[in-house]
Design a protein around this ligand. Structure first.
Ligand code: KG4
Ligand code: ZN
Length: 359
């Protein structure tokens, strides 16, 4: 087989994603043939956040139509699929079960192997889908709604945790601060939009653990500082004040993320950085990270903007790269389970050297 076709399904939270990736069997970067996505944002907006039961039900409604759409876009049929990948965790258990159940049913019906992918490994490898794909080794800053981690990445499956958030994740800090400023769910992108019109120097929010000497993060105190500040101001908040609050919060989060990434690069002596996960879509973060990296001769890579938040492409890609690297052999074992909590280290093989892309 000179190449193989992977169908990937993502259903860990509030986005249903299905994608097709074709991977050369002997190495080389896999190519994205098609990806289809449905966001549940509008459905959850009335509740101010994700309602797990509604999320699961919506994944069930969307996953097969999205699969048909992706196949049509790629000019393929199910009979062309060589392996089916799904997000095994971490995430909402009921939501994960939808993707896992459908993937295993498809696998059994087509008599092809299946593979459960770690959601964060999907984010981590998503920049390989971009025009400016990275090369190993690199430092990775993973910034999503549930995780903030710095890793040293030697190859596929070779992840060494350098530091992580001891409380809230960066995305969570964006979302919680947005709520306090009176912005609707999903808070991160809303706060970023409002911040464009604000002055980041009006409020001086804390930069927790900035000088801690290690690579851990803490964002819970920031939320408290925003709450205290909002209480001090006269409600209802003036539009400009809200924009200044948004810009100042964003500046605090970005400042910490940039400086800690630079420390990780210094410590590891690596000259390449990958920033991935939902928060990597943030424009201020990209601008400041680009400027800081340029000044230090560091190459920085991001996923394409539309692939920063959850999608099926990153799941198909991670599966394809694990298979190419020989880190994982998908099995015709359809007795699936999911992992609502699942440390990325459990899928890492940091002691064994396996390199991606021999050719
Ligand atoms: O990776 P992701 O889609 O889901 C998880 O795996 O958690 O990340 C979602 C997070 C949310 O917290 C969202 O507010 C944040 O990413 N996010 C942003 C932006 N776009 C998404 N935060 C700041 N600026 C953005 N432009
Ligand atoms: Zn995610």
């Amino acid at each position: 087989m000179s190449s193989f076709l992977v169908l990937g399904i993502e259903s860990s939270c509030d986005e249903t994603g299905v994608a097709l990736v074709r991977a050369p069997a002997d190495g080389g970067v896999p190519q994205l043939l098609a990806h289809a996505l449905h966001s549940q944002v509008a459905m959850h907006a009335d509740y101010g956040g994700v309602v797990p039961e509604l999320a699961s039900r919506d994944h069930i409604r969307r996953v097969l139509p999205l699969t048909s759409k992706a196949l049509a876009q790629a000019g393929c049929t199910l009979l062309n699929v060589d392996a089916v990948a799904f997000t095994r965790g971490p995430g909402l258990a009921g939501a994960l079960l939808v993707g896992a159940g459908v993937a295993c049913a498809l696998g059994a019906a087509l008599d092809v192997p299946v593979l459960g992918v770690h959601h964060l490994e999907g984010h981590l490898l998503s920049p390989f889908l971009s025009a400016d794909a990275p090369e190993f080794p690199f430092v990775a800053l993973l910034v999503s709604g549930g995780h903030t981690q710095l890793m040293r990445v030697e190859g596929v499956g070779q992840y060494e945790l350098l530091g992580e958030s001891i409380d809230d994740a960066a995305g969570e800090a964006f979302d919680k601060s947005a709520k306090l400023i009176g912005l609707p769910y999903p808070g991160g992108p809303e706060l970023a939009r409002l911040a464009e019109r604000g002055n980041a120097e009006v409020f001086n929010f804390p930069r927790p653990l900035l000088h801690s000497g290690n690579l851990d993060f803490s964002f819970a105190g920031l939320k408290t500082a925003v709450l205290t500040q909002v209480k001090k101001l006269l409600e209802p908040l003036d539009e400009q004040v809200r924009a200044d609050l948004a810009a100042s919060v964003q500046a605090a989060i970005v400042d910490v993320l940039v400086k800690k990434s630079l420390s990780a690069l210094r410590q590891t002596r690596l000259k390449r950085l990958v920033v991935a996960g939902g928060v990597s879509a943030n424009r201020a973060l990209r601008e400041q990270m680009n400027a800081a990296c340029k000044a230090r001769g560091v190459r920085v890579h991001y996923p394409e903007l539309e692939l920063c938040t959850d999608n099926g492409a990153m799941i198909a890609m991670a599966a394809a790269m694990r298979m190419q690297a020989g880190v994982e052999v998908p099995q015709k074992d359809y007795s699936f389970d999911v992992r609502a909590r699942w440390p990325l280290q459990e899928v890492a093989q940091i002691t064994e050297k396996t390199q991606h892309a021999k050719a």
